[in-house]
Design a binder for this molecule. Structure first.
Ligand SMILES: Nc1ncnc2c1ncn2[C@@H]1O[C@H](COP(=O)(O)OP(=O)(O)O)[C@@H](O)[C@H]1O
Length: 197
């Protein structure tokens, strides 16, 4: 089963993706995590991405499309994958369509996590606080200013994908404001409904 998790920053895509990966044996592909690893490792992609990510902007389409194309071609992805943070633009969505067609794969569902804008800022601030309390270093983009930029990028570039996937008959909405276990069961219900009979 191949899925996309769609939603604004802080909607819970990472949490739900991790859970689905564990429960359903799918591979979680988070472009944010991949890019953060590239930044840490100082690879050429990391060098391009670092300042853009820190400011809350979007990394160029070609860069992320290449990362995903390479990763999806790996044998472990044959058992199914969850895209978390990709596609984020219509160009990325079109590239994904081509990629899936070329590799004989299909998209089973797009799950939109719906969350109130007001909740996002406090979720992101909490995430930064909890990381610090646990002795870690918070993400460079988990602050109010970068979040506003990320939200702007979301509404300008990513939100049109909701219509794109609705028109393709792939879109399923889930209430991302519910407690985590309830979001999980809503996601489960969606996946059971799209699973091959
Ligand atoms: N598909 C993508 N296209 C462009 N930039 C991306 C993409 N995925 C991740 N990024 C970059 O990585 C940052 C962090 O992404 P992510 O971890 O998904 O965070 P969040 O969903 O909390 O905003 C984004 O703000 C962006 O700069």
């Amino acid at each position: 089963m191949n899925l996309i998790l769609l939603g604004p920053p802080g909607a819970g895509k990472g949490t739900q993706g991790e859970n689905l990966a564990k429960k359903r044996g799918l591979i979680q592909l988070s472009t944010g995590d991949m890019l953060r690893q590239a930044v840490k490792a100082g690879t050429p992609v990391g060098l391009v991405a670092s300042a853009i990510m820190e400011a809350g902007g979007l990394v160029p389409d070609d860069v992320v499309i290449n990362i995903i194309a390479e990763r999806i071609a790996q044998p472990d992805c044959a058992k199914g994958f969850i895209l978390d943070g990709f596609p984020r633009t219509l160009k990325q969505a079109a590239a994904l369509d081509e990629l899936l067609t070329a590799t004989g794969k299909q998209l089973d569902a797009v799950i939109e996590l719906k969350v109130n804008d007001d909740a996002l800022l406090s979720r992101i601030e909490n995430r930064a606080r909890e990381t610090i309390a646990a002795g870690g270093v918070p993400r460079a983009d988990d602050n109010a200013e970068a979040l506003r930029k990320r939200l702007m990028a979301y509404y300008r570039e990513t939100a049109p994908l909701i219509g794109y996937y609705f028109a393709k008959g792939k879109l399923h909405c889930v209430d991302g404001m519910a407690p985590i276990p309830q979001v999980e069961s809503q996601v489960d219900a969606v996946l059971n409904s799209v699973a091959a009979p």
